[in-house]
Ligand binder design. Structure first.
Ligand SMILES: O=C(O)CCC(=O)C(=O)O
Ligand SMILES: [Fe+2]
Length: 363
């Protein structure tokens, strides 16, 4: 069921009701009221996860101003050497310059992994999957299809990708989420956004990814160009320097956004800092979701199809412990997590906090 615009974040009714609730939370915060006793569900997690600055900005903007994500202060690593080198073939090794550039630009230069023939077959598979119900969630969706699609699972675990991820994140890695991004002619600009713990990209009130240290680099997105990605068909665009800067503020509402929620930047976008990342089919882009990024509409008459997945080091908790249903407000879908697993894509001797399965179990 589609939710009317007025009941979505940024919509009139949503703003009125949520400002009353947030006002109550702010007062409770000030009085140090033990809110856990009476609050339940979303209100309780907002009380726990929002900061006083967020409460205040939200109310004074009448339900429009929020950070793109949970506020954090990113920290540069002590050195730009790869975190892992052992067992990594030379062709996958990153040098210090590549890693330094990654921290500056927010992404690694795209590299070729898959052939055009492989992308032809993969394209047919993705387009078919988008119409079929997911075995794990039971409804038609574009999310986490790697769990019921062995071909995707093999891609996710491809060492040309996971070896590079390991040099930035560490040796033991999991893929917790994937997504098909289909951009047909004329469609789907993606507004400027960034995420760190995926608090707003996934929910309104609580992080989806829970690292022990918010300042470290604990997540990366892998974006695979199934069709060529060009400026004309809406390739990814990245704002240089923003990965290390922390989280900026956005305004809910407006004409574009991401998935079902509209919002716009509450800051000036410095055009001279935009990197358009054009890619050939079969190329792979690794970037930090903390980098402010988006994509323009597809102005060509052919599709722009892509597939992404999100990786974390295996010490990072995904979803709140014990969570059974994950409601993604932005996607307007609820995901029953009974059959979901965080998939180990590198280093199978996993001793982390997540309910995992090795990728080999699915192929
Ligand atoms: O494919 C796009 O246009 C947007 C993708 C994106 O935001 C992501 O992969 O995080
Ligand atoms: Fe994104």
């Amino acid at each position: 069921m589609r939710i009317p615009q007025t009941l979505k974040p940024g919509g009139g009714a949503f703003r009125t009701i949520s400002c009353i609730a947030v006002g109550f939370l702010l007062v409770a915060h000030k009085l140090r009221f033990p809110a856990g006793i009476i609050l339940k569900g979303k209100l309780r997690s907002m009380y726990q996860n929002w900061t006083p600055e967020m409460f205040k900005n939200y109310i004074t903007s009448f339900g429009r101003k929020l950070p793109h994500d949970q506020i954090c202060t990113p920290r540069l690593p002590d050195s730009f050497e790869p975190l892992v080198t052992e067992g990594i073939p030379t062709e996958h090794l990153l040098d210090e310059t590549a890693i330094r550039d990654f921290y500056r630009k927010g992404y690694l230069e795209p590299f070729s992994v898959f052939s055009a023939e492989e992308m032809d077959e993969f394209s047919d598979l993705l387009l078919a999957r988008m119409k079929e119900p997911s075995d794990i969630y039971g409804f038609v969706c574009e999310r986490d299809r790697h769990i019921d699609t062995p071909e995707m699972m093999k891609m996710i675990a491809n060492p040309a990708i996971s070896d590079r991820l390991a040099q930035l994140l560490g040796p033991k890695l999991e893929a917790w989420r994937s997504q098909i991004f289909f951009k047909p002619p004329g469609k789907n600009p993606v507004g400027w956004h960034q995420a760190s713990t995926f608090m707003f990209e996934e929910s309104f009130s609580e992080p989806a990814v829970i690292p022990p240290d918010l300042s470290e680099l604990f997540q990366l997105t892998v974006w695979i160009a199934v069709d060529p990605a060009t400026r004309a068909n809406g390739c990814l665009k990245m704002l240089e320097g923003t990965m290390q800067e922390g989280i900026r503020w956005m305004k809910l509402g407006g004409k574009i956004g991401f998935h079902a929620v509209n919002y716009e930047p509450d800051y000036d976008v410095d055009e001279s800092k935009i990197n358009y990342v054009e890619m050939e089919r079969g190329q792979v882009l690794i970037f930090s979701e903390r980098t402010i990024h988006g994509s323009d509409p597809n102005t060509t008459d052919s599709n722009r199809l892509a597939f992404n997945f999100r990786a974390v080091p295996s010490h990072v908790q995904v979803y709140w412990p014990g969570k059974k249903i994950h409601r993604s407000g932005q996607m307007e879908q609820s995901f029953d997590l009974t059959k979901w697993r965080s998939v180990q894509i590198r280093g199978n001797d996993n001793d982390g906090p997540n309910h995992t399965a090795p990728w080999q179990d699915y192929v």
